[in-house]
Design a protein around this ligand. Structure first.
Ligand code: OMP
Length: 270
């Protein structure tokens, strides 16, 4: 089964569009874990065990692990999650993008080394930079379209023949890159108007929507503007607001409560 079908199945099984991101910030870890030898693995294993029945996928952010020299912990966490909860896909948030020969190596990193079920990519080097990922028909290829950050407008909104560049990106991906039906788009939760515009361009292509929780995206507007017609076609991702909901020994219970609240808020508007 391909990534999009697997996410769809997990969304039905858990009645949840919520994705929990793994963004380790050691200073926010509970004190009893912070200085232990395998703190990252212990922290995220506890988060996964506390939330696996509440989510449709997980999204580790590779820079957050690499900055700590913790690629090995990331690898073991992905392996653990896939073995313990095989119905829950894992997205590697890497935002890679490079010339074809290097892109091949990035694809091997994401799908071979880490065994991720999907990866986030920057599409601005064009089709040949994404082709090494697209050919993996069972994997998800999640392309930045209109990102959640304030600076998204600086380049992504530039006029491109009468339409903003991010709309041209959406058109191009839907028309020319999605032969294997394995493309998804990133549209930030902080831009409800753009969610509606991109949805009108790409039909039911699924969106990864980061930016709820810590970045303040409005869930009601995301659902109203971002939903597909036949399926929800939304993966709504939150990292810090779930991971660091508590900072004591009961951090995993606090994360579970925050995930339930976020899942339920999303479901209220579906
Ligand atoms: O691709 C992403 O996941 C992503 C795209 C985007 O436009 N905005 C965005 O915040 N993200 C990622 O989503 C996560 C958001 O974290 P929180 O703001 O803590 O929920 C971070 O890991 C970001 O790198």
């Amino acid at each position: 089964m391909g990534f999009i079908a697997r996410v769809d199945a997990a969304q039905r099984a858990n009645n949840s569009l919520l994705c929990v991101g793994w963004d380790p910030e050691l200073e926010k870890f509970p004190a009893h874990l912070r200085d232990t030898p395998d703190a990252l693995f212990a922290f995220f294993k506890a988060i996964v065990d506390a939330t696996a029945d509440l989510v449709c996928c997980y999204k580790p952010q590779i820079a957050h692990f690499a900055a700590l020299g913790a690629e090995d912990a990331l690898l073991r966490l992905i392996r653990y999650t896939q073995a313990a909860y095989p119905a829950i896909p894992v997205i590697l948030d890497a935002k890679r993008g490079d010339i074809g020969s290097t892109a091949e190596k990035y694809a091997t990193e994401a799908f071979g080394r880490y065994g991720a079920d999907a990866v986030t990519l920057n599409p601005y080097l064009g089709h040949d930079s994404i082709a090494p990922f697209l050919k993996h028909a069972d994997k998800g290829v999640i392309l930045l379209c209109r990102t959640s950050n304030p600076g998204a407008k600086d380049l992504q909104d530039l006029d491109c023949g009468g339409k903003p560049l991010y709309q041209r990106v959406a058109e191009t991906i839907a028309r020319d890159w999605n032969g294997n039906r394995n493309c998804l788009l990133v549209v930030g939760a902080t831009w409800p108007q753009q969610l509606a515009e991109v949805r009108a361009i790409v039909g039911d292509m699924p969106f990864l929507v980061p930016g709820v929780g810590a970045q303040g995206g409005n869930v009601q507007q995301i659902i109203q503007n971002g939903r597909g017609k036949a399926t929800d076609a939304l993966i709504i991702s939150s990292s810090r607001a779930i991971l660091y909901a508590g900072s004591g020994e009961d951090f995993a219970d606090a994360a579970r409560s925050a995930a339930i609240t976020q899942r339920d808020e999303i479901n209220r508007y579906r």
